[in-house]
Design a protein around this ligand. Structure first.
Ligand SMILES: NC(=O)c1ccc[n+]([C@@H]2O[C@H](COP(=O)([O-])OP(=O)(O)OC[C@H]3O[C@@H](n4cnc5c(N)ncnc54)[C@H](O)[C@@H]3O)[C@@H](O)[C@H]2O)c1
Length: 260
């Protein structure tokens, strides 16, 4: 018996590393997949087709509530319901010391990671309330647990994501909707790992060397398990939180951090 047979999951950031890997895991357990991203989704949809469940891509910028609301309506029309939400789209923003942090970038990161995530939560939960239940997992970050250096906007957005998760869990509990978050630490290989190593090296702060290969050692050296997490190590936790195995868990943040 596949765990998510008959369920539809909406995955934002579905063209990205974590979104696509998670969508694949859910498809392998029978879920129908609605991918949402600002980037083209044809490649991701093609990769999911071999699982034999329904899969569709929806272009949408989560910073526009109008666009999110329209997309959610389209998905409900196409799939009949949205049972599960992986609210995962996000950007890292610039890497810079606080006193030099680009103001426009701070606004942009909050706009995507926090306001965008709220838009998706707002629109999907309104549907789930009508439907009589659902499960939501938000992607926060270890940057939302312990303030990261040179990442003021990202850290602030992810702290807020964990707070939003706690409030959403309380507000939506009466409607049979559970809401939790995951906080990955250093994960790779992938776009965000490469980018953060390069950019931390370029900041010139006291925390990281300017040589990329030294930065890798510094980051891994801060992880008790002494390696970065694999992207594929994330979906099993999302699936646990979405399944009935976690039926009494809501409002928690699970750290996938190798012990950080
Ligand atoms: N990879 C890591 O090391 C790591 C660690 C902790 C948390 N995270 C979080 O995991 C999530 C996924 O990250 P990833 O590693 O897969 O990165 P990624 O860049 O591969 O994927 C992020 C996706 O979000 C999409 N996106 C960005 N802005 C959007 C917008 N306005 N509207 C719709 N879609 C938008 C991007 O196009 C991209 O496909 C993010 O929220 C990120 O902050 C990642």
């Amino acid at each position: 018996m596949k765990r998510f047979e008959g369920k539809t999951i909406l995955v934002t950031g579905g063209a990205g590393d974590i979104g696509l890997a998670t969508a694949k895991s859910f498809a392998s357990e029978g879920a129908k997949i609605a991918l949402v991203d600002i980037k083209g989704l044809d490649g991701a949809v093609a990769q999911l087709q071999s699982f034999g469940t329904k899969v569709m891509g929806f272009g949408c910028d989560v910073t526009s509530y109008e666009s999110v609301d329209k997309t959610v309506t389209e998905i409900v029309e196409e799939f009949g319901s949205i049972d599960l939400l992986f609210n995962n789209a996000g950007i890292q923003g610039e890497f810079e010391m606080l006193h030099r942090y680009p103001v426009e970038d701070f606004h942009r990161v909050i706009e995507v990671n926090l306001i965008g995530a709220f838009h998706v939560l707002r629109a999907v939960s309104a549907h789930m309330v009508k439907q009589g239940g659902g499960v939501i997992v938000n992607t926060a970050s270890m940057a939302g647990v312990d303030g990261p250096v040179n990442m003021a906007a990202y850290g602030a957005s992810k702290f807020a994501m964990i707070g939003l998760t706690q409030t959403a869990a309380k507000d939506l509990a009466p409607f049979g909707i559970r809401v939790n978050s995951i906080s990955p630490g250093f994960m790779g290989p992938g776009f965000m790992w490469d980018r953060q190593v390069d950019l931390q090296a370029s900041v010139g702060s006291q925390y990281y060397d300017s040589d990329r290969s030294v930065v890798v050692k510094q980051m891994i050296g801060a992880v008790p398990l002494r390696r970065y997490g694999l992207i594929e190590e994330i979906p099993p936790t999302v699936m646990y939180l979405m399944s009935d195995d976690s039926s009494y868990i809501t409002g928690v943040n699970i750290k996938l951090s190798g012990g950080i």
